[in-house]
Design a protein around this ligand. Structure first.
Ligand SMILES: C[S@@+](CC[C@H](N)C(=O)[O-])C[C@H]1O[C@@H](n2cnc3c(N)ncnc32)[C@H](O)[C@@H]1O
Length: 286
């Protein structure tokens, strides 16, 4: 991956969206066929949901769960195997097709919707006990306030949203540095114009050449929390973690628990965060 540059000049936000969607249409079949995703192994059983998220989300049996940016549906169907009634949403037709194919063997009642998360109320009805989104999602979204409104729209009164995501402090670091060194390179604070990253291959399949440019938006932790608060959600917790779900920097190593960590000798810093925010119950007196 080449370092990011600010995208040049104001462009139609829809053009960034189209570019990113086309990129995901090319990446998704490669990721779905990769050893990392091992979809055939997943078909044969088991939940891939990480222990930390299972603990923080709590019991899902019998509850309705909406998974935003569900990719090929592995996490969505992992929640289904734990007893949730699931709906997944992604703007990639390839992702939704892969998820539906998995669901046919795992949970035919699972619903997968092809839609941009920011316009989801135009494509999906209903409310859900749990809205879930995780691992490489918010940076694809230009408008976090709109995202939070969509989240609040789909959360049932008394329900909650759970987010597990890369920490914006981690996104500041120069990921071209090979020596074990933390070198801030990018602004912590988001700009209206996205950063343009030049990619040769997607992270899960480094041996495949799929060049392209991805447009991503920085969102500070304050932006995430404030957007949810402005949409009427009430923060239950915000946790920061010194590990990441993927190799953010070249010198990180993966531990037996699946998380990627910095080598000894570097100070701990937040590389992921998890939050849960509830939608207050309707006031019966009003
Ligand atoms: C890094 S992946 C998420 C990974 C996922 N947590 C998993 O199961 O591995 C990001 C996903 O967001 C989707 N996406 C990006 N922008 C989107 C948008 N505006 N609306 C809906 N989906 C979007 C992509 O198609 C992709 O599947």
């Amino acid at each position: 991956m080449k370092p990011a540059t600010a995208a040049g000049g104001p462009r139609d936000p829809q053009a960034y969206l189209r570019n990113n969607r086309e990129l995901w249409e090319r990446w998704t079949p490669l990721k779905a066929a990769s050893a990392q995703y091992d979809l055939e192994g997943f078909r044969s059983g088991g939940s891939r949901m990480r222990a930390l998220e299972r603990t923080e989300v709590g019991e899902v049996r019998g509850r309705s769960l909406l998974h935003l940016q569900c990719h090929v549906g592995v996490d969505t169907l992992s929640w289904a195997r734990l007893g949730a009634r699931v709906t997944g949403v992604d703007f990639s037709a390839e992702g939704v097709a892969a998820a539906r194919s998995l669901a046919a063997d795992i949970d035919p009642s699972a619903i997968f919707v092809e839609a941009d998360v920011l316009t989801l109320p135009d494509h999906l009805d209903g409310v859900f006990d749990i809205v879930y989104t995780s691992h490489g999602v918010l940076g694809w979204l230009p408008d976090l306030c709109r995202w939070a409104e969509v989240v609040a729209h789909f959360t049932a009164p008394g329900g909650f949203v759970y987010v597990f995501e890369g920490h914006p402090a981690g996104w500041m670091l120069d990921n071209q540095v090979q020596a074990p060194e933390l070198r801030p390179r990018y602004s912590y604070f988001g700009e209206p114009e996205p950063l343009a990253y030049e990619y040769r291959s997607p992270i899960a399949v480094p041996d495949q050449q799929v060049p392209g440019v991805e447009y991503v938006w920085g969102h500070s932790l304050g932006d995430v929390v404030s957007a949810l608060a402005a949409a009427g959600m009430r923060m239950d917790f915000l946790h920061e973690w010194p590990f990441a779900a993927w190799r953010l920097l070249p010198f990180m190593t993966q531990d037996a628990d699946g998380w990627w960590r910095l080598p000894d000798g570097l100070p701990d810093m937040p590389l992921s965060f998890s939050l849960r925010a509830s939608k207050p119950c309707a006031d019966p007196s009003t």
